[in-house]
Design a protein around this ligand. Structure first.
Ligand SMILES: Cc1cc2nc3c(=O)[nH]c(=O)nc-3n(C[C@H](O)[C@H](O)[C@H](O)COP(=O)(O)OP(=O)(O)OC[C@H]3O[C@@H](n4cnc5c(N)ncnc54)[C@H](O)[C@@H]3O)c2cc1C
Length: 580
């Protein structure tokens, strides 16, 4: 795998280029890290395995006992990503994501408590901290003496994170912090908060800065924790900052650069959420398989019925694909990539939705038992729902995925359109511009140039050429949308969503191809039989979804659908009844 820090696989793909070097070989955990990781995973099973009944009771009670949080501290789970020289395990993204996978198999509330600390709470320090800040806080964060929380959301600033109202006013040697944050994971048990506040003028937007705030600072207070649908044992609270004096040296990252700091933290931390989703899916597949073997109806185990097999088979495909994406992106982060935001967002959207499908179908396989609190399915369903909402809702991330890609293509088209004017001003010089335009446009529309796989195992030729065909569709869709809507595309969310969905299918397919390629090369074709079946199922589904999305670009009911939504919103509900 050759990672150029500033190359993005998906952005290249939108320009018709398959950046194969970024995909192959598929990342794997080896050497010393693998040994450490195996030991950590085994001891996580020893620690959490016997607590299944406790987790159920703590979910009902709605909180993790403090003594159990102490056990997590003693175990070292708060030091997963802290560098070894500061007392942590120094895990990279891949090893970290695999660890969260193991925790999430046992309990989602524990996974989110550990995840909010490592993935987002203290990640700002990891990415932007000064030497002094790191020296000061790393050891306490590694031991769990300080648990970390990420404080961005406010009552009026959710998806629109740039609109935060909490202010930090420069008063010489300190900033005066005033405001409140909502639904902050861990804040009740945390001592280290990464807080985002407005540092620009009163009427400015987006001029935020990040600060390290500690619980002992006068003026910090925390509300009682929320009573939630899922992740019930994890702590989620509002936190208030009332004239808190934050020393100047606690500024994290550049002044007014806080929005970028927040986005970088969220991007970088996404391997944690993805790993957690994969862990929960693996456990659900075990439960559903057991249920399908044991439960008999019509004189047979229900697992013999095609409709039950379909559900379990799909769970396997979804889990393998989610694991492939999460692993690939984490591998890039570890290899020093800086431009993986689109792919990390795809991983988050795909893994959270794959988990939701899996939890829903596993509950269905369990029938009425699935609905009962004595069984674990309803808890998995409740716990998994939040993944589509937090760390960027899947709607916002879909817009981000598609608009980012179109931005690049749009910039190229604009550049070409601008230089085309030369054709008229300087006819001879302009000829070169014209042929350049023609070449680039053809490459966009047909995917010529570096638009082929050349290094994949020959057994994957058919899937590879299918992928290459999809890349041409992607280029056509981007091109068509930009020509049709121009800048107005930002307001065309339903069209944008189709593009995002094509991009999601393509990236997941690329990750699955890379994973199967590695499998065939290390184990041989015969032993990769199941992997090839997974590839077939995923590629077939992707082909049909992509064709549908392409057809829907010009043939859709977007306008009447939006009109109906306006109608419902205007009247305040549904407008029909069966009375005459
Ligand atoms: C259990 C839990 C833990 C959390 N932990 C943390 C934490 O540790 N730190 C933290 O800072 N925050 C945390 N959050 C907050 C979480 O990140 C936000 O809930 C999330 O960002 C969405 O914001 P919102 O709830 O205000 O929804 P809104 O932004 O109000 O969105 C509501 C709906 O509108 C859609 N929508 C909004 N804008 C657009 C648009 N432009 N186009 C299309 N659709 C749009 C959204 O996708 C969503 O479906 C947590 C929340 C929960 C429930």
């Amino acid at each position: 795998m050759a990672v150029d820090p500033n190359r993005s696989f998906m952005r290249s793909l939108c320009l018709g280029v398959i950046d194969e070097d970024m995909l192959l070989p598929f990342p794997r955990i080896g050497g010393e890290t693998a040994e450490t990781l195996r030991a950590v995973i085994d001891s996580i099973d020893d620690l959490l395995g016997p607590r299944a009944e406790d987790f159920r009771a703590w979910d009902a009670a709605g909180e993790l006992p403090r003594e159990f949080v102490d056990e997590l501290r003693a175990f070292g789970l708060f030091g997963l990503v802290v560098p070894e020289e500061h007392g942590g395990l120094g895990f990279g993204s891949l090893a970290y994501s695999r660890t969260l996978q193991q925790i999430a198999r046992h309990d989602a509330s524990v996974a989110v408590t550990v995840g909010a600390h490592n993935s987002i709470g203290m990640r700002g320090l990891l990415l932007f901290g000064t030497e002094e800040q790191r020296r000061r806080y790393y050891p306490k964060l590694a031991s769990g003496e300080m648990i970390a929380a990420f404080c961005l959301t406010e009552p009026e600033a959710g998806s629109d994170a740039a609109s935060v109202k909490t202010t930090a006013v420069d008063e010489g040697d300190h900033f005066r912090l005033n405001g409140s944050k909502l639904w902050i994971t861990n804040v009740e048990i945390a001592d280290f908060f990464t807080v985002f506040a407005k540092t620009g003028p009163k009427d400015s937007r987006g001029k935020l800065s990040a600060f390290i705030v500690t619980r002992d600072m006068p003026g910090v207070s925390v509300a009682p924790h929320e009573d939630k649908m899922g992740l019930r044992a994890s702590y989620t609270n509002a936190v208030f900052f009332d004239d808190v004096k934050v020393p100047k040296e606690n500024l994290l990252g550049p002044l007014h650069g806080g929005f970028k700091v927040a986005m970088k933290i969220l991007n970088s931390g996404r391997s944690g959420l993805g790993g957690g989703a994969v862990g929960a899916m693996k456990r659900l597949i075990e439960l559903a398989s057991h249920q399908a073997r044991e439960r008999r109806q019509f004189g047979r185990p229900i697992g013999e019925f095609g409709l039950v097999k379909q559900k379990i088979g799909q769970m396997v495909v979804d889990c393998y694909a989610a694991e492939a994406v999460v692993t690939l992106v984490a591998g890039w982060v570890d290899a020093g990539s800086e431009d993986y935001a689109v792919e990390a967002a795809i991983g988050k959207v795909f893994a959270s939705e794959a988990l939701w499908r899996t939890a829903d179908e596993a509950l269905q396989v369990a029938g009425g038992n699935g609905y009962m609190r004595d069984y674990p399915y309803e808890r998995f369903l409740r716990d998994s729902r939040i993944n589509r909402i937090f760390e960027g809702t899947n709607e916002i991330l879909r817009l981000f995925i598609a608009l980012n890609a179109m931005n690049d293509v749009g910039a190229q088209l604009q550049e070409l359109a601008a230089s085309l004017q030369d054709v008229f001003v300087h006819p001879i010089k302009g000829f070169g511009v014209l042929s350049e335009y023609a070449r680039k446009h053809v490459s966009l529309a047909t995917g010529a140039g570096r638009s082929r796989f050349t290094q994949l195992h020959p057994r994957l030729d058919r899937a590879a050429s299918q992928f290459e065909g999809h890349v041409r569709v992607l280029a056509q869709v981007v091109d068509r949308l930009l020509r049709k809507h121009g800048r107005n595309i930002v307001e065309k969310q339903l069209a944008t969503r189709r593009l995002a969905d094509i991009m999601i299918d393509l990236f997941v397919l690329a990750a699955v191809l890379a994973r199967v390629d590695a499998q065939i090369r290390s184990r041989g074709e015969a032993a990769s039989h199941r992997d090839l079946q997974i590839l077939d199922v995923f590629a077939g589904g992707a082909r049909r979804r992509i064709a549908q999305n392409l057809a829907d670009v010009d043939d859709n009911e977007d306008e009447p659908l939006k009109d109906l939504a306006d109608y419902a919103m205007d009247r305040g509900g549904y407008g029909w009844d069966v009375f005459g």
